[in-house]
Design a protein around this ligand. Structure first.
Ligand code: CP
Length: 317
């Protein structure tokens, strides 16, 4: 595997989940694979789970691991060509990337949407430059339009907790004080559309996601109706995608918060969220602390999704 940016990079999804569950049972069984190999994690944005779980995954595989926080201690990077660099950015990303590539064997990149230019975000300008210029296998640790390590961990978690062969999985928008990218819901939809689940997306009008990710999923604007009979409720906020509203907050409607009343509409559903989560905005204290909440095992599976992806990359070196 040379790149990991979306569900297609995993090939057969059933095989990938089976492999992940094998990795989970025997996470130290592949230590020789990473011997004398170095994993570099490059962060343009903050992280708790991704940083720790990916580093742990690399260590499980016997790798040396390094992390670079671009905004803390590195030179500020210019990302545009043709700019006269007489401002506060002393280094160009087109030199920085191949230099980083020289110091490692595999690179993970976190570079969120900036909401300055929709085209730049949806063309994955930063991530694709790492793919093009680093000379190394590159995986996304959440980019502008996707968070495939999260979605893979989510699918593994659903596989572990499902009580029926084809569960109903509902992705619901929920309110948030800040404008958040669409990366997590995009990738979740990307994966659920390929998985053997009954997938429904619910959000207020105006929050439609890119049709490239929604594909054939059912979109229901009435949250209560969408939640009826759900086996999994996946809550997430995102800012508007469509048209000139890109990156804007259109609603903070607290009636979309996932509460005990909302969960009572479901088939005793498991509650999921990628974390970090704003309590009593996205989800009530009662729900996230309930036995139905599986946010902690979901986060734990981030180590497994990362290890499975890095293992495949090591096998292809
Ligand atoms: N879910 C997730 O990616 O968490 P972090 O932003 O803390 O890495």
């Amino acid at each position: 595997m040379r790149t990991y940016t979306n569900v297609k990079d995993l090939g057969d999804l059933n095989v990938a989940v089976k492999e992940a569950l094998e990795v989970k049972k025997n996470r130290f069984g592949y230590k020789r694979l990473g011997e004398n190999k170095t994993l570099l994690m490059v962060f343009f944005n903050s992280s708790l789970r991704t940083r720790l779980s990916t580093q742990k995954a690399g260590m499980n595989l016997g790798m040396n691991t390094m992390a670079l926080d671009i905004n803390q201690g590195a030179w500020k990077l210019e990302t545009e060509r043709g700019v006269v660099m007489d401002g506060d950015k002393p280094e160009h990303i087109l030199e920085a990337i191949p230099v980083m590539g020289n110091y490692c064997d595999i690179i993970g990149v976190r570079a969120f949407a900036r909401f300055e230019n929709k085209e730049d975000d949806y063309q994955e300008k930063i991530l694709n430059r790492f793919i093009k210029y680093s000379g190394r296998p590159v995986f996304s640790m959440e980019a502008a339009t996707g968070h495939p390590l999260q979605a893979f961990a989510d699918l593994i978690t659903i596989e572990e907790y499902k009580k029926t062969a084809r569960p109903k999985v509902v992705l619901t928008w929920a309110p948030h004080p800040k404008a958040l990218p669409q990366a997590v819901p995009n990738s979740f939809a990307d994966f659920m559309n390929e998985a053997d689940v009954d997938f429904v997306i619910t959000h207020p009008e105006g929050y439609e996601l890119d049709s490239k990710f929604v594909r054939g999923a059912k979109v229901e604007y009435n949250q209560d109706k969408a939640l009826e009979g759900a086996d999994f409720v996946y809550a997430k906020n995102w800012a508007a995608y469509a048209g000139s509203n890109y990156g804007k907050i259109l609603s903070k409607d607290m009636s979309w918060t996932v509460t005990t009343r909302k969960m009572a509409l479901t088939n005793n559903a498991c509650f999921m969220h990628c974390l970090p989560v704003r309590r009593n905005m996205i989800v009530s204290d009662d729900v996230i602390e309930s036995p139905q909440s599986i946010v902690i095992p979901e986060a734990a599976n981030r180590e497994i999704s990362a290890q499975t992806v890095i293992k495949r990359m090591l096998e292809s070196l």
